[in-house]
Design a protein around this ligand. Structure first.
Ligand code: AGP
Length: 614
């Protein structure tokens, strides 16, 4: 993942670079660094740990860098080599004149490193990126042309990269390029920028050039030149960024995650607006660009996604199969891309991704696109790489999600699947009309119900404190809420580091039950409907093994208090949309446990918001 930023211009370079890196912190936060050209020298500053450490260092060194008019910065999520100062970017070559920041993975770095070492290059770090520094420096030695050196060097690289490079002998210039990793160029006046993502530059400019793979940009204060991989000069296409500078404020909440959980009622309202006016009307989903006939005759849907988005896809499968009678396969993108998958022009392939940049999902949809499938993307980032590949694009409009643990974007993705399924069912006539009306009505009532629920979280807080010392946690559910069990467990793992697993409740007796004893909490998700009684029996099996019992339910059955130590009640909802209601208390449970344990809720260890490496 990692985030990179570059600046050439007359403002305070260190401030612009660290400001940009702050906005990219969601991409990684285990170490950071900058390189600037000041007083005719390349100067590199790095710090292990949070970005604040680098900011403190740069403050101390401000006299050394005050004259700089060009610089590059990096925030790291370690892939090759532990997160320490040596492995932090920027990396340099033997003479120390060149500096490079990199996002991605150079797959053939070992071979390249051997070749470069044989030629006398001395490596200091364990990173794949240092190979790029030495390789470009060597090509620069041969050509005395930085852009050409980058072009020649990158033609030898395999893997993914977004790169920004500066050289002591090439005044006020950044050379930037990319392949399978995001990079955009911010167009300013008397200054220019490069960055992995919009938030890093939006404060300074609303005009940008999205680089395509293998293009090389040469940035100077008053010019941007763009070249293709064959060195042909091309006209840059400047786009207006659809973003307002965002004041990333916690609005009084202790953490972004808590704020984002509380934003969910509005996220649902926002998603419905313009798509569903009243329950009696049909849905309006103009985003789906397939004609009615093709939609009617769809005989297969494949959904690819990772992590939380994968769980949204699992709910999507359930609801589409229920309402539309179209078989839906859901697969982790990382598995999908390394096997023979059967897709063709009659298959609709849906990619789901909050960030729209997840490398595995991006590769999966590119593969399916090449086989002729229509690609529908559900994402919170309509400006992302996936959105650019889409034939149909459903932006979920959840607003920027800062916390690494996805909450509101998940609920927004679920909304996208509900509306898509209802829309398809309306076109196909595959579901009873009055049942569809009831479902739409329930969707419209959801925001109020969640709002009401969010006013009374005392019991969840108490329950969280009670179970915060548990080493393990089991979540069980059945049917449409199996994905909720997985997502609840993922949230808890991500931010509290407690080992949590979600199981289909019926599977408990096929193995996991062996783990149950009086130390292990089992949280049963028991939303009213088809499988309520079944899961109650599975919960009883856990009780009989002395497990610590928690229920999450919209039932008001008083008998539950006799079976469970804690009953977490939520407002009653339609069974088919219960995954949206049920996930809210589980997000809160994870949040309060992590907060009680004093964990870094918004930036959990080892994670990043946007996973742009395979
Ligand atoms: C969610 O809390 C996680 N941070 C993670 O599982 C995430 O959902 C996954 O990496 C997929 O990301 P995407 O939605 O941006 O593709």
């Amino acid at each position: 993942m990692c985030g990179i930023v570059g600046y050439v211009g007359k403002k305070n370079v260190a401030e612009i670079l660290t400001g940009g890196l702050s906005a990219l912190e969601y991409r990684g936060y285990d170490s950071s660094g900058v390189a600037v050209l000041a007083d005719g020298k390349t100067k590199i500053y790095k710090a292990e740990g949070k970005l604040q450490n680098l900011k403190d260092l740069l403050k101390e060194k401000q006299d050394e860098i005050i004259t700089a008019q060009v610089g590059i910065g990096h925030i790291r999520w370690a892939t090759h080599g532990i997160p320490n100062e040596v492995n932090a970017h920027p990396h340099t070559c033997n003479c120390g004149k060149l500096a490079v920041v990199h996002n991605g993975i150079i797959e053939n770095y070992k071979e390249l490193r051997e070749q470069l070492e044989a030629k006398g290059c001395v490596f200091k770090s364990q990173t794949d990126t240092e190979t790029v520094a030495h390789l470009v420096a060597q090509k620069y030695g041969e050509t005395q042309d930085l852009k050409e050196a980058v072009r020649l060097a990158t033609s030898e690289l395999e893997g993914a990269y977004a790169l920004c490079i500066i050289h002591q002998d090439v005044e006020n210039t950044i050379v930037a390029t990319k392949r399978n990793a995001p990079l955009l160029i911010g167009v300013g006046e008397g200054e220019n920028f490069a960055a992995s993502d919009v938030p890093a530059i939006i404060e300074h400019t609303k005009r940008a050039i999205y680089l395509n793979d293998n293009q090389i940009a040469v940035l100077k204060p008053n010019s941007i030149e763009l070249f293709d991989e064959n060195n042909n000069k091309i006209e840059p296409k400047v786009e207006l960024l659809p973003w307002e500078p965002i004041a990333l404020s916690k609005m009084g909440y202790k953490h972004f995650m808590l704020k984002e959980i509380h934003e969910q009622p509005d996220v649902i309202r926002n998603f419905l607006s313009g798509k569903l006016h009243t329950a009696n009307e049909t849905t309006k989903l103009d985003e789906v660009k397939l004609d009615k006939n093709t939609l009617k005759n769809l005989n297969r849907i494949q959904v690819v996604a990772c992590g939380t988005s994968l769980h949204a896809a699992m709910v999507g499968k359930y609801i589409i199969e229920e309402l539309c009678e179209i078989p839906v396969d859901v697969e982790a993108s990382s598995e999908y891309i390394y096997r023979k998958t059967v897709t063709d022009e009659h298959t609709l392939v849906i990619g789901v991704s909050q960030s729209g940049e997840t490398a595995d999902t991006l590769t999966a949809i590119k593969q399916s696109k090449a086989r002729g499938s229509h690609i529908l993307i559900i994402t919170n980032r309509p400006d992302s790489a996936m959105a650019r590949e889409a034939d149909s694009l459903i932006p979920v409009n959840a607003g920027i999600e800062v916390s690494v643990a996805a909450t509101k974007s998940y609920v927004a993705q679920l909304m996208a699947f509900y509306l898509l399924a209802i829309h398809l069912a309306e076109i196909k006539g595959s579901y009873d009309n009055s049942a569809l009306t009831e479902l739409k009505n329930e969707l419209m009532l959801l925001p109020q119900k969640i709002e009401l629920f969010l006013t009374k979280t005392d019991k969840i807080q108490k329950c969280s404190r009670m179970y915060s010392s548990s080493k393990n946690f089991i979540f069980i559910a059945r049917g449409i809420n199996y994905a909720t069990a997985l997502e609840g467990a993922l949230k808890l793992k991500e931010i509290s580091y407690i080992n949590a697993t979600g199981y289909p409740a019926g599977e408990l007796k096929h193995g996991p039950i062996a783990m149950l004893d009086e130390t292990l909490p089992v949280l049963s998700i028991m939303m009213k409907g088809k499988v309520y009684e079944k899961i109650l029996s599975n919960a009883q099996e856990s009780k009989a093994r002395n497990a610590r019992m928690i229920a999450l339910t919209d039932s008001t059955d008083e008998k539950l208090d006799e079976i469970f130590d804690y009953v977490l009640n939520v407002p009653s909802v339609h069974e088919l949309i219960s995954p949206i209601m049920a996930i809210i208390p589980l997000q809160l449970l994870a949040y309060y446990i992590a907060e009680f344990l004093g964990k870094d809720v918004d930036q959990p260890r080892n994670l990043a918001k946007s996973v742009t490496v395979e």
